[in-house]
Design a protein around this ligand. Structure first.
Ligand SMILES: [Zn+2]
Length: 298
């Protein structure tokens, strides 16, 4: 069993590919998932839960780092299959789960060719949502807790969760995508909310929590939080600098996406088109951020 599997990481097989997107199962007195993968891979997550002895009716909570489709889409479908589960999510995002139409149409636009891998989201009944804010803590029993830390930058309503006593930090997308096999990070900078300064401030705040282990739904774990945060900061600055280096008038997501794609090492033929699609989404988010930034500074 790999390190990440031993920490409950269930591989969703996003886009049919291994080690791209997952959901973390914390099993015990309280059973919870942290993130859920997209709606289209729910059966894979349910099988992963069953393999670890947690049936659909045993699931108590689905804790969402944020409400993007590849983290929260599955949760909306899982609620129908897991009658006792409730969704824990940023209080300000809760209304989007109850009425996801706007989220779905904006995601379809920004995801383009890779939208089908992200599936959809069903409306979540309000009584099954637990809205949270910074500092929210859950008692998991047996002396274990998780605490929510607001970590905006990737999206405004993004949280990371610190599990005690082991100091496991569930990062969501706040530190980008981590390719564990290559110890490589590429930032996740989608429209409409990516913000460079907030991303860096959140990364530094998370490092101050002194995590023993970082856990990434995209995909794996690292025990060297200082090195990961330093690499994230370099990489997210680089994404913005690459955009700033493109001649005015040639500022297209396609052009920036190609530059970001050149950076990523060791992709397989099967991964390349999917990662290219994700990087085009990231490129659009960086350009959107620059447009906002320049509008407020000019
Ligand atoms: Zn996201």
């Amino acid at each position: 069993m790999s390190d990440s599997e031993s920490y409950g990481l269930i591989d969703c097989m996003f886009a049919g590919l291994p080690r791209q997107c997952g959901a973390f199962l914390l099993a015990g007195e309280t059973n919870l998932l942290i993130d859920s993968g997209p709606s289209v891979t729910v059966d894979t997550v349910l099988r992963g839960m069953e393999a670890r002895g947690v049936g659909p009716e045993d699931l108590d909570y689905i804790v969402l780092t944020h409400f993007h489709l590849d983290h929260a889409g599955g949760a909306s479908v899982l609620l129908e299959k897991c009658p006792n589960a409730r969704i824990v999510v940023d209080g300000r995002s809760a209304k989007y789960l109850a009425d996801p139409e706007r989220l779905i149409s904006s995601a379809a636009k920004s995801l383009g060719e890779i939208a089908s891998h992200y599936g959809t989201m069903l409306p979540v009944p309000g009584e099954r949502i637990v809205p949270i804010a910074d500092g929210f803590q859950m008692d998991l029993g047996s002396g274990r807790t998780i605490t929510a830390y607001h970590a905006p930058g990737h999206s405004g309503g993004h949280y990371a969760f610190l599990a005690l006593p082991d100091r496991l930090l569930y990062c969501g997308d706040s530190l980008g995508h981590y390719v564990e096999e290559r110890d490589y990070i590429y930032p996740a900078t989608p429209t409409p909310e990516f913000d460079l300064d907030k991303s860096i401030a959140s990364a530094r705040r998370l490092l101050e929590l002194e995590p023993e282990l970082l856990l990434f739904p995209h995909f794996g774990t690292s025990r060297d939080a200082a090195a990961v945060v330093a690499q994230f900061e370099r990489q997210v600055r680089r994404s913005v600098e690459l955009a700033e280096g493109i001649a005015p008038g040639e500022h297209t997501a396609e052009k920036l996406g190609a530059l970001l794609f050149e950076d990523v090492p060791g992709l397989t033929d099967a991964e390349a088109p999917v990662i290219r699609g994700i990087l085009d989404v990231n490129a659009a988010g960086v350009l959107h951020y620059l447009g906002r930034r320049d509008a407020t500074t000019s």
